[in-house]
Write a protein that binds this ligand. Structure first.
Ligand code: DGL
Length: 271
Protein backbone atom coordinates (compact mmCIF):
# COMPACT_ATOMS: atom_id res chain seq x y z
CA UNK A 1 0.00 0.00 0.00
CA UNK A 2 1.46 3.35 -0.97
CA UNK A 3 -0.52 6.54 -0.41
CA UNK A 4 1.94 8.92 -2.04
CA UNK A 5 0.57 10.86 -5.05
CA UNK A 6 1.30 10.30 -8.73
CA UNK A 7 2.77 13.27 -10.62
CA UNK A 8 1.29 13.99 -14.04
CA UNK A 9 2.48 16.69 -16.41
CA UNK A 10 1.97 18.19 -19.84
CA UNK A 11 2.70 21.45 -21.59
CA UNK A 12 -0.87 22.57 -20.84
CA UNK A 13 -4.35 21.10 -20.88
CA UNK A 14 -3.62 17.96 -22.88
CA UNK A 15 -2.54 15.83 -19.95
CA UNK A 16 -6.04 16.18 -18.51
CA UNK A 17 -7.04 13.45 -20.97
CA UNK A 18 -4.77 11.15 -18.95
CA UNK A 19 -6.13 12.56 -15.67
CA UNK A 20 -9.66 11.73 -16.78
CA UNK A 21 -8.63 8.14 -17.48
CA UNK A 22 -6.66 7.89 -14.23
CA UNK A 23 -9.70 9.09 -12.32
CA UNK A 24 -11.74 6.28 -13.87
CA UNK A 25 -9.30 3.40 -13.57
CA UNK A 26 -7.39 4.44 -10.42
CA UNK A 27 -9.97 6.51 -8.50
CA UNK A 28 -8.22 5.88 -5.19
CA UNK A 29 -4.96 7.56 -6.20
CA UNK A 30 -3.96 11.14 -5.34
CA UNK A 31 -2.74 13.12 -8.34
CA UNK A 32 -0.55 16.20 -8.64
CA UNK A 33 -1.02 17.74 -12.09
CA UNK A 34 1.26 20.32 -13.63
CA UNK A 35 0.41 22.13 -16.89
CA UNK A 36 3.17 24.37 -18.21
CA UNK A 37 0.66 26.90 -19.55
CA UNK A 38 3.20 29.73 -19.67
CA UNK A 39 5.27 27.88 -22.28
CA UNK A 40 2.73 25.83 -24.22
CA UNK A 41 3.02 24.70 -27.01
CA UNK A 42 6.15 22.58 -26.77
CA UNK A 43 5.57 20.81 -30.08
CA UNK A 44 7.26 23.29 -32.41
CA UNK A 45 10.40 23.63 -30.27
CA UNK A 46 13.79 21.93 -30.51
CA UNK A 47 14.60 18.73 -28.63
CA UNK A 48 17.03 20.67 -26.38
CA UNK A 49 14.38 23.17 -25.33
CA UNK A 50 11.74 20.49 -24.75
CA UNK A 51 14.19 18.50 -22.61
CA UNK A 52 15.08 21.62 -20.61
CA UNK A 53 11.40 22.35 -19.96
CA UNK A 54 10.67 18.70 -19.14
CA UNK A 55 13.52 18.57 -16.61
CA UNK A 56 12.07 21.65 -14.87
CA UNK A 57 8.57 20.08 -14.91
CA UNK A 58 9.96 16.92 -13.31
CA UNK A 59 11.94 18.92 -10.72
CA UNK A 60 8.77 20.81 -9.75
CA UNK A 61 6.77 17.58 -9.42
CA UNK A 62 9.57 16.00 -7.38
CA UNK A 63 9.16 18.77 -4.81
CA UNK A 64 6.27 16.50 -3.71
CA UNK A 65 6.91 13.04 -2.29
CA UNK A 66 5.72 11.08 -5.35
CA UNK A 67 5.61 7.37 -6.10
CA UNK A 68 5.61 7.70 -9.90
CA UNK A 69 5.38 10.21 -12.73
CA UNK A 70 3.21 9.97 -15.83
CA UNK A 71 4.45 12.08 -18.73
CA UNK A 72 1.03 12.90 -20.14
CA UNK A 73 2.61 14.53 -23.17
CA UNK A 74 3.49 12.93 -26.48
CA UNK A 75 6.07 15.59 -27.27
CA UNK A 76 8.02 15.11 -24.04
CA UNK A 77 7.77 11.33 -24.30
CA UNK A 78 9.03 11.18 -27.89
CA UNK A 79 11.95 13.53 -27.27
CA UNK A 80 12.96 13.09 -23.63
CA UNK A 81 11.60 9.89 -22.00
CA UNK A 82 14.87 7.92 -22.05
CA UNK A 83 16.86 10.83 -20.61
CA UNK A 84 14.33 11.52 -17.86
CA UNK A 85 14.17 7.83 -16.93
CA UNK A 86 17.97 7.64 -16.80
CA UNK A 87 18.20 10.74 -14.59
CA UNK A 88 15.54 9.72 -12.06
CA UNK A 89 15.13 6.70 -9.83
CA UNK A 90 11.38 7.04 -9.48
CA UNK A 91 9.29 5.20 -12.09
CA UNK A 92 8.42 7.37 -15.10
CA UNK A 93 5.84 6.26 -17.66
CA UNK A 94 5.39 7.83 -21.09
CA UNK A 95 2.60 7.63 -23.63
CA UNK A 96 4.23 6.16 -26.75
CA UNK A 97 4.69 2.46 -26.07
CA UNK A 98 1.24 1.76 -24.54
CA UNK A 99 -0.46 3.65 -27.35
CA UNK A 100 1.42 1.74 -30.03
CA UNK A 101 0.54 -1.58 -28.41
CA UNK A 102 -3.15 -0.67 -28.42
CA UNK A 103 -3.03 0.48 -32.07
CA UNK A 104 -1.52 -2.83 -33.13
CA UNK A 105 -4.27 -4.72 -31.31
CA UNK A 106 -6.91 -2.66 -33.08
CA UNK A 107 -5.64 -2.53 -36.67
CA UNK A 108 -6.81 -5.19 -39.09
CA UNK A 109 -5.07 -3.90 -42.21
CA UNK A 110 -1.78 -3.00 -40.44
CA UNK A 111 -2.04 0.44 -41.95
CA UNK A 112 -1.77 2.87 -39.06
CA UNK A 113 -1.87 6.68 -39.13
CA UNK A 114 -0.29 8.83 -36.48
CA UNK A 115 -1.04 12.49 -35.85
CA UNK A 116 1.06 14.39 -33.34
CA UNK A 117 3.10 17.56 -32.88
CA UNK A 118 5.94 18.46 -35.19
CA UNK A 119 8.55 17.47 -32.59
CA UNK A 120 6.92 14.06 -32.08
CA UNK A 121 6.63 13.27 -35.79
CA UNK A 122 10.20 14.49 -36.41
CA UNK A 123 11.52 12.25 -33.63
CA UNK A 124 10.17 9.16 -35.41
CA UNK A 125 9.52 7.64 -31.98
CA UNK A 126 5.97 6.34 -32.58
CA UNK A 127 6.99 4.87 -35.90
CA UNK A 128 10.07 3.19 -34.39
CA UNK A 129 8.05 1.57 -31.59
CA UNK A 130 5.29 0.40 -33.98
CA UNK A 131 7.90 -1.16 -36.30
CA UNK A 132 9.75 -2.80 -33.40
CA UNK A 133 6.49 -4.36 -32.17
CA UNK A 134 5.36 -5.36 -35.68
CA UNK A 135 7.84 -5.07 -38.56
CA UNK A 136 5.01 -5.49 -41.08
CA UNK A 137 3.05 -2.43 -40.04
CA UNK A 138 2.76 0.48 -42.46
CA UNK A 139 2.90 3.85 -40.68
CA UNK A 140 1.80 7.20 -42.03
CA UNK A 141 2.66 10.17 -39.82
CA UNK A 142 1.29 13.68 -40.03
CA UNK A 143 2.10 16.70 -37.84
CA UNK A 144 -0.88 18.90 -36.92
CA UNK A 145 0.79 21.99 -35.41
CA UNK A 146 -2.33 24.16 -35.19
CA UNK A 147 -4.33 21.71 -33.10
CA UNK A 148 -2.67 22.43 -29.72
CA UNK A 149 -2.99 26.26 -29.82
CA UNK A 150 -6.62 25.91 -30.93
CA UNK A 151 -7.43 23.49 -28.11
CA UNK A 152 -5.67 25.74 -25.56
CA UNK A 153 -7.91 28.56 -26.80
CA UNK A 154 -11.06 26.53 -26.30
CA UNK A 155 -11.65 25.94 -30.03
CA UNK A 156 -12.18 22.18 -29.89
CA UNK A 157 -15.91 21.64 -30.22
CA UNK A 158 -17.87 20.15 -33.09
CA UNK A 159 -19.51 23.02 -35.03
CA UNK A 160 -16.54 25.40 -34.52
CA UNK A 161 -15.77 26.42 -38.10
CA UNK A 162 -12.08 27.16 -37.42
CA UNK A 163 -11.19 23.80 -35.92
CA UNK A 164 -13.33 21.92 -38.44
CA UNK A 165 -11.59 23.65 -41.37
CA UNK A 166 -8.12 22.96 -39.95
CA UNK A 167 -9.06 19.35 -39.20
CA UNK A 168 -10.27 18.75 -42.76
CA UNK A 169 -7.07 20.20 -44.19
CA UNK A 170 -4.84 18.00 -42.03
CA UNK A 171 -6.90 14.83 -42.05
CA UNK A 172 -8.52 14.41 -45.46
CA UNK A 173 -5.19 13.44 -47.13
CA UNK A 174 -4.59 10.97 -44.28
CA UNK A 175 -8.03 9.44 -44.71
CA UNK A 176 -7.32 9.04 -48.44
CA UNK A 177 -4.36 6.74 -47.64
CA UNK A 178 -6.81 4.07 -46.42
CA UNK A 179 -5.56 3.69 -42.83
CA UNK A 180 -7.93 1.78 -40.52
CA UNK A 181 -6.45 3.07 -37.22
CA UNK A 182 -5.38 6.56 -36.20
CA UNK A 183 -3.18 7.24 -33.18
CA UNK A 184 -3.93 10.57 -31.51
CA UNK A 185 -0.27 10.88 -30.52
CA UNK A 186 -0.61 14.19 -28.72
CA UNK A 187 -2.58 14.23 -25.47
CA UNK A 188 -4.39 17.41 -26.49
CA UNK A 189 -6.03 15.67 -29.45
CA UNK A 190 -8.63 13.56 -27.59
CA UNK A 191 -10.39 16.86 -26.86
CA UNK A 192 -10.92 16.91 -30.63
CA UNK A 193 -12.26 13.35 -30.83
CA UNK A 194 -15.63 14.34 -32.31
CA UNK A 195 -14.10 16.72 -34.84
CA UNK A 196 -11.46 14.16 -35.88
CA UNK A 197 -13.99 11.30 -36.04
CA UNK A 198 -16.26 13.37 -38.28
CA UNK A 199 -13.47 13.69 -40.86
CA UNK A 200 -12.06 10.17 -40.55
CA UNK A 201 -15.43 8.38 -40.58
CA UNK A 202 -16.55 5.24 -38.74
CA UNK A 203 -14.18 2.89 -40.54
CA UNK A 204 -11.13 4.45 -38.81
CA UNK A 205 -10.58 3.59 -35.13
CA UNK A 206 -9.06 6.34 -32.99
CA UNK A 207 -6.52 5.39 -30.32
CA UNK A 208 -5.79 7.97 -27.63
CA UNK A 209 -2.34 8.38 -26.07
CA UNK A 210 -3.52 9.62 -22.67
CA UNK A 211 -5.91 6.75 -22.00
CA UNK A 212 -3.52 3.94 -22.84
CA UNK A 213 -0.76 5.33 -20.64
CA UNK A 214 -3.14 5.40 -17.68
CA UNK A 215 -3.60 1.63 -18.05
CA UNK A 216 0.17 1.20 -18.30
CA UNK A 217 0.63 3.14 -15.07
CA UNK A 218 -1.94 0.95 -13.33
CA UNK A 219 0.00 -2.17 -14.35
CA UNK A 220 3.26 -0.64 -13.13
CA UNK A 221 1.83 0.35 -9.72
CA UNK A 222 0.35 -3.10 -9.28
CA UNK A 223 3.54 -4.92 -10.26
CA UNK A 224 5.57 -2.85 -7.79
CA UNK A 225 3.12 -2.93 -4.86
CA UNK A 226 2.55 0.83 -5.17
CA UNK A 227 -1.27 0.95 -5.31
CA UNK A 228 -3.15 3.07 -2.78
CA UNK A 229 -5.91 1.67 -0.54
CA UNK A 230 -8.62 0.80 -3.07
CA UNK A 231 -11.62 1.81 -0.94
CA UNK A 232 -10.58 5.45 -0.64
CA UNK A 233 -11.37 8.38 -2.94
CA UNK A 234 -8.25 10.06 -4.31
CA UNK A 235 -7.84 13.78 -4.72
CA UNK A 236 -6.20 15.88 -7.41
CA UNK A 237 -4.19 19.08 -7.09
CA UNK A 238 -3.61 21.27 -10.13
CA UNK A 239 -0.65 23.59 -10.76
CA UNK A 240 0.00 25.78 -13.78
CA UNK A 241 2.79 28.19 -14.74
CA UNK A 242 0.49 31.02 -15.90
CA UNK A 243 -2.85 32.45 -14.81
CA UNK A 244 -5.10 29.60 -13.66
CA UNK A 245 -8.48 30.97 -14.79
CA UNK A 246 -8.45 29.85 -18.46
CA UNK A 247 -7.04 26.47 -17.52
CA UNK A 248 -9.70 26.02 -14.82
CA UNK A 249 -12.53 26.94 -17.15
CA UNK A 250 -11.62 24.45 -19.87
CA UNK A 251 -10.50 21.81 -17.36
CA UNK A 252 -13.87 22.03 -15.57
CA UNK A 253 -15.71 21.34 -18.83
CA UNK A 254 -13.40 18.55 -19.80
CA UNK A 255 -13.19 16.76 -16.44
CA UNK A 256 -16.89 17.44 -15.80
CA UNK A 257 -16.22 18.74 -12.34
CA UNK A 258 -15.89 22.26 -11.01
CA UNK A 259 -12.22 23.02 -10.50
CA UNK A 260 -12.61 26.81 -10.48
CA UNK A 261 -10.39 28.52 -7.87
CA UNK A 262 -8.52 25.28 -7.37
CA UNK A 263 -5.46 25.50 -9.65
CA UNK A 264 -2.40 27.22 -8.24
CA UNK A 265 0.17 29.21 -10.16
CA UNK A 266 3.87 28.43 -9.70
CA UNK A 267 7.04 29.98 -11.10
CA UNK A 268 8.53 27.16 -13.20
CA UNK A 269 11.75 29.13 -13.78
CA UNK A 270 12.66 28.47 -10.15
CA UNK A 271 13.01 24.75 -10.85
N1 DGL B 1 0.00 17.44 -25.10
C1 DGL B 1 1.28 17.64 -25.74
C2 DGL B 1 1.62 16.39 -26.53
O1 DGL B 1 1.09 15.36 -26.18
C3 DGL B 1 1.22 18.96 -26.42
C4 DGL B 1 2.37 19.41 -27.12
C5 DGL B 1 2.57 20.87 -27.26
O2 DGL B 1 2.63 21.56 -26.26
O3 DGL B 1 2.75 21.27 -28.42
O4 DGL B 1 2.38 16.35 -27.46
Amino acid sequence: MDMRPIGVFDSGLGGLTAVRSLRQILPEENLIYFGDTARVPYGGRSRETILKYARQDVRFLKSFDLKAILIACGTVTTTSLDTLQAENTLPIVGVVEPTCRRALLVTKTKKVGIIATLASIRSGAYEAVLRRLDPEVEVIGKPCPLFVPLVENGRFRRGDVVIETVAREYLEPLKATGIDTLILGCTHYPLLTEVIADVMGPEVTLVSAGEESAFELKRLLKANGLRAEETRQGEAEFYVSDQPEDFERIASVFLQEDIRHVARRIDIDRY
